[in-house]
Design a protein around this ligand. Structure first.
Ligand SMILES: Nc1ncnc2c1ncn2[C@@H]1O[C@H](COP(=O)(O)OP(=O)(O)OP(=O)(O)O)[C@@H](O)[C@H]1O
Ligand code: SF4
Ligand SMILES: [Mg+2]
Length: 368
């Protein structure tokens, strides 16, 4: 792996921190996406799946933000919104402070140069009729890169992800292993020299030893190219391993966000606590039976009023049904935030700390 794709930098790629002011590469506020259901709910009027509902977060240049949450909580929808594969109903997505479209906004083409996505299913992500070199070249020529340059760059990025072009460039997807196919997907994403990679369950379908190889490759690539990652996974151990911060989603909402050691060591939200308690230890000698979060995930078509977690929360009280809790900091670390009435002085929840006990929740072992 001695070639780097750096020389293949497309003209519209922004500098690592263009303004030099340390502002986030990505800033999301009030993002919302409801999917209208065909055929409606059987009741009056159309029905909507509230896939992503008023979420806000930032991603700092150079960091890895892990995103976790149960199946159906809105992780992939969020990634697809960030890539503009689907349009938001509401909210703002800023890359380096600039929106897509609008008078002063960036073009979709510039966005796609700067942000790329790697999906879970390495096989269906690849065209079965394309060789690996053609697969990587395809995205480049579609973005206007000349054929000779695209050919050169395809060889360069395949080599960069550890696939010797002389051996792999002319193979078809069915002639590769799952790990090799996922490397091609990473190569294809890197070919445009992006700054931000959205990795949606990118290692989840790989077996454990191959998963570790691809994870290490991702970490190495990130360091060498100065990339930023949004890393979506249902595997809390993998997220802890790779992330600087972690964002926890529940039924379309962000319920907790913070530095990974704080969230795993002192989780504030009862849902995060349940998730972390149920995760299997990486150390087989310390493995425990996973106590699941009690009850089923409610319908995203008709989510519970107030706090969406209340139907499964052991701490639920009347205030939880009437008021939607706001994501806010609750301890000594201002970057660690959760959305739970039991953490907020004066919220009306019986377990909320007193108004002068602002930093009461320093340990995550027992409920607030
Ligand atoms: N195009 C669509 N039309 C209608 N509903 C959709 C559509 N895409 C996603 N949804 C719904 O939106 C919700 C969130 O889906 P999403 O794929 O974002 O979940 P996820 O967190 O990525 O789940 P998983 O861990 O299973 O991948 C789900 O209820 C899903 O069924
Ligand atoms: S707001 Fe209420 S229901 Fe929601 S997590 Fe906190 S205590 Fe539980
Ligand atoms: Mg998904």
């Amino acid at each position: 792996m001695n070639a780097t794709p750096a020389s293949a930098e497309p003209p519209e790629r922004e500098a690592a921190d263009p303004a030099g002011d340390g502002r986030p590469i990505l800033s999301v506020s009030g993002l919302r996406k409801y999917f209208r259901l065909r055929g409606g709910s059987g009741g009056v009027g159309p029905a909507y799946v509230q896939a992503v509902d008023d979420i806000s977060f930032t991603v700092a240049t150079g960091e890895t933000l892990g995103v976790v949450g149960e199946s159906g909580c809105g992780k992939s929808t969020t990634a697809r919104l960030l890539m503009r594969l689907i349009e938001p109903d509401d909210g703002e997505i800023l890359l380096d402070g600039r929106d897509v479209g609008g008078r002063d906004g960036m073009s979709l083409r510039t966005l796609r140069h700067n942000v790329q996505m790697v999906f879970q299913d390495s096989y269906s992500s690849l065209n079965p009729r394309h060789t690996m070199a053609e697969e990587v070249r395809f995205g480049l020529t579609a973005q206007g890169v000349k054929r000779a340059e695209a050919r050169r760059r395809a060889g360069e990025v395949l080599e960069f992800v550890g696939l010797e072009p002389a051996i792999f460039a002319d193979r078809y997807p069915h002639e590769l292993s799952g790990g090799q196919r996922q490397r091609v997907n990473v190569a294809r994403a890197l070919a445009l020299n992006p700054r931000l990679l959205l990795l949606d369950e990118a290692v989840s379908s790989l077996d454990k030893s191959v998963e570790a190889q691809v994870l290490n490759l991702l970490i190495e690539i990130k360091e060498r190219l100065g990339l930023t990652y949004v890393f979506i996974s249902h595997d809390l151990n993998v997220v802890r391993f790779i992330s600087d911060r972690v964002l926890v989603m529940y039924l379309g909402k962000v319920v907790e966000i913070g530095p990974v050691d704080r969230v795993y060591g002192s989780p504030g939200h009862p849902y995060t606590r349940a998730l972390i308690a149920s995760r299997l230890s990486m150390d087989p000698r310390r493995r425990i039976e996973a106590p699941p979060v009690a009850g089923d995930l409610p319908s995203p078509i008709n989510p519970p009023s107030g706090c969406r977690f209340r139907t499964r929360c052991p701490l639920a009280e009347p205030v939880c049904a009437s008021v939607d809790p706001v994501l806010d900091c609750f301890g000594a670390e201002p970057a660690h935030m959760a959305a739970c009435h039991a953490l907020v002085p004066g919220s009306g929840h019986s377990q909320a700390p007193g108004r002068d006990a602002g930093t009461a929740l320093e340990t995550g072992g027992s409920p607030p």
